[in-house]
Design a protein. Structure first.
Lengths: 142, 142
DNA sequence: ATAAATTGCTACCTTTTTGTAGTAATTAAT
DNA sequence: ATTAATTACTACAAAAAGGTAGCAATTTAT
């Protein structure tokens, strides 16, 4: 259950942008709010825009906006974009030859747990996070 | 859902040792069977013995044996020993201030999914893997 | 005793991930 | 036009993870 630090940064940024009701976010603001290293964050934001989650605008009063409606971006998509789409589809025991017809001893139990996790991550969108925050069900955790 | 390569190696080794009914395993055999880099594997085995999963015997006809009954070693213990005990207890969105009373927008959903995974990993022991293999329910995946 | 087969240890190397610095390009305000 | 505020890009540095090599220590077989 471990995401790379970069993936966590991406989730922090997008969740922050989703919950605060602001149209445009400058890298500098996100850096100060989220304490993510400035230059590293800049690169990450460029990457997230290349991956189609956000759109960048240069120049004075520029920054980043969501590229599409928040309700169409789910958590699994973000993780997949950063970790690789089948980062979660590997054999738990590390056997490369492990497949359905030739399963390792953890295969079925693991497939079941994993699909529950994927279901949770897939059904939760940034729109859902935004709504929970607006309704004061959760905090911003800063 | 990503373990480090080292953790995967550890799970491969211990699962292999659990399923083949052999008392002692030399590093060289494990290297050849599992294709884990020889010297890296040697270090890992020494580490696993320091962590109390296996016992090493030096000298001719030496090797590694389980330190305790396989039914007392579960998958979660192995992962914890290699990744750190609370590697799985971090906030999914990467917020360090995320705690029960001050939860992020994913907190509850994530806690639920995660506890299911942990339950699965905790209830499955190396003894269980051994049994499934003996009964031909699963393969060795090599 | 000697040789062979094993683990333990240390030092180093390579690759990947994370972080930093500075400059160029772009846009808006004045 | 000039300046200020922003993103884009490139190159580098530091830290962590993964991998290699060789020798020392230990045990068993002969």
């Amino acid at each position: 259950m471990i995401l790379s630090r970069t993936t966590e940064y991406a989730l922090s940024v997008l969740a922050f942008m989703a919950t605060r009701n602001q149209k445009m976010y400058a890298a500098e603001l996100l850096h100060q709010e989220l304490k993510i290293p400035r230059q590293y964050l800049r690169r990450l934001l460029t990457d997230l825009s290349k991956k189609g989650f956000i759109i960048s605008t240069r120049g004075r009063s520029g920054g980043f906006v969501f590229a599409r409606d928040m309700s169409t971006i789910n958590i699994a998509q973000i993780i997949d974009a950063l970790e690789g789409a089948d980062a979660m589809n590997t054999c738990l025991l590390g056997f490369t030859a492990c497949i359905a017809g030739h399963p390792c001893a953890m295969h079925d139990l693991w497939a079941e747990s994993r699909s529950k996790v994927i279901e949770t991550l897939t059904k939760t969108t940034l729109g859902d996070l935004s709504e929970k925050y607006r309704k004061d069900i959760v905090t911003g955790c800063l």
